[in-house]
Design a protein around this ligand. Structure first.
Ligand code: BES
Ligand code: MN
Ligand code: ZN
Length: 476
């Protein structure tokens, strides 16, 4: 899918379709359209669309009228309208189209271009069927975005973000018999090749030498070898890098603390943190900004086996701290803590880990906001601002000593669980014991990375949030 900006009236666009908007007070300025809107009793609610064909005065085959709701158009209404438009475009198999420019409260024109490219591109994502030919008949080839400006930068960014999200979603949707730790390592190596990045993959023997007893205790019961993957993009000399760490549990059975059977299939998405940071790297490598970025993924499988870790086992992490594994299903923190110690070697400016860490975050925040925890309020505030611009929500939870105390163990420096109360926060507190040497934030994406029900699949979040956070850093 390609995008370009054009400075032309909608009526003169010679392509398959044009998209025009109307809200409760302003209807698209064209007599024929206004008549047809009245004739069809079209209500300009956000998410409603009206498909018109061969409208006189228009050179395109179809005119799609999309409702935007109230007179003051919000970003959410605009995104909702574009999503409904995408459904119609797929049905009519439009190959090229033009989208009318709309003013959105609180955002400038480049932002509108960026979100338009991102939403339209992301809406065209299709699940790749295992063993299928995956040829799509309904793919849009070109979208012209109406603009009075001559600045394609925003479109390029929106497109890159959507390309990153598409990689993230694809990896999240793949079954765990295909998307193994080795598959994630291969994906990172192909990214490195395609975009000239530096890639390093540590094997279990290397991790053992580094003393990663916590990480290795999780993969022990699986036949799939664990991989610790690092990808580096160097766009600004020797500046300290932003480091992203992703949880890459390609399947989380719970281990000996086996999960219940219902929806266990969904635990293939326990690598969405890894998929997200790889998606961000892809998008950054495509945009090529002046910044240094390192992404690190701990990839492995959590399985029950005769040689798997057992509740009560004590392991030693790379940091030297010992951990009593009271529940083998709290494995995410066990693999992240060693990755978080490992990343010190990159001399990070900040470290952000991204993980489908706790079911409790879904209870607390639902599917709308990722849980944010941090040891640095300025960093947390930057992430919160970025999330508002990217329309990729987060909500901050506290990291405080009172919660941290719940991790007390009689047999080791800490236990890997803190009980039922505040389970997302105690998970964050656990991680914070390994991140004392740098500015750090944690994103718990168990709720936001995946949708259930008939649209079951990976969402590509929080790629937009992290992209906004990184690109904001360049502006400053
Ligand atoms: N991967 C899960 C968290 C999860 C749950 C992600 C549901 C997506 C949807 C994590 O490894 C896990 O099992 N966490 C446990 C922790 C508990 C044992 C303290 C949980 O949340 O139940
Ligand atoms: Mn688990
Ligand atoms: Zn897990």
């Amino acid at each position: 899918m390609e995008f370009s900006l054009i400075n032309e009236t909608i009526q003169h666009f010679e392509g398959d379709s044009v998209v025009v908007f109307s809200n409760s007070s302003v209807v698209f300025d064209d007599e024929n359209i206004q008549k047809l809107i009245a004739l069809n009793h079209f209500e300009s609610k956000s998410g409603k669309v009206l498909l018109l064909s061969l409208v006189s005065g228009f050179k395109s085959k179809q005119v799609i009228v999309a409702g935007l709701g109230d007179a003051i158009v919000t970003a959410k209404d605009y995104v909702k309208a574009l999503s409904s438009v995408s459904v119609v475009l797929a049905e009519i198999k439009a190959k090229n189209l033009m989208i009318q420019h709309v003013e959105i409260k609180g955002f400038d024109e480049p932002w509108v271009h960026k979100i338009t490219a991102k939403v339209m591109h992301n809406a065209s994502y299709e699940v790749q069927k295992v063993g299928g030919d995956n040829k799509s008949s309904s793919r849009i080839e070109h979208i012209a975005v109406q603009s009075s400006m001559d600045n394609t930068h925003a479109l390029i960014q929106g497109q890159a973000i959507a390309d990153g999200m598409s990689l993230t979603r694809h990896l999240g949707d793949l079954p765990s018999n295909i998307c193994t730790p080795s598959y994630l390592a291969d994906t990172a190596m192909s990214l490195a090749k395609a975009f000239k990045l530096k890639c390093e993959v540590l094997e279990e023997a290397d991790m053992s030498k580094l003393g990663m007893g916590s990480l290795l205790s999780v993969s022990k019961g699986s036949i799939e070898p664990a991989k610790l993957i690092s990808l580096s993009y160097q766009g600004n000399g020797n500046e300290k890098p932003i480091v992203l760490v992703g949880k890459g549990v390609t399947f989380d059975s719970g281990g000996i603390s086996l999960k219940p059977g219902a929806s266990m299939d969904e635990m293939k998405y326990d690598m969405c943190g890894a998929a997200c940071v790889l998606g961000v790297m892809r998008a950054i490598a495509q945009i090529k900004p002046n910044i240094n970025l390192v992404v690190v993924v701990s990839a492995l499988e959590n399985m029950p086996a005769h040689n798997a870790s057992k509740p009560g086992d004590v392991v030693k992490s790379m940091s030297g701290q010992t951990i009593e594994i009271l529940n083998t299903d709290a494995e995410g923190r066990l693999i992240l803590c060693d990755a978080l110690t490992y990343v010190k070697k990159f001399n990070p400016k900040v470290v952000i880990d991204v993980a489908t860490l706790t079911g409790a975050v879904i209870i607390a925040l639902g599917k709308h906001n990722s849980g944010l925890m941090s040891n640095d309020q300025d960093l947390a505030d930057d992430i919160i601002s970025a999330s508002k611009v990217a329309l990729d929500g987060v909500w901050q939870l506290p990291i405080e000593d009172e919660y941290d105390e719940l991790l007390k163990s009689n047999f080791a420096d800490m236990a890997n669980i803190g009980g039922r109360e505040a389970a997302s926060i105690t998970a964050g507190c656990f991680l914070s014991r390994f991140t004392r040497d740098y500015r750090w934030a944690h994103l718990d994406i168990a709720g936001t990375a995946w949708v259930n029900g008939d649209k079951k699949g990976a969402t590509g979040r929080p790629v937009p949030l992290l992209m906004q956070y990184i690109l904001d850093k360049i502006k400053k």
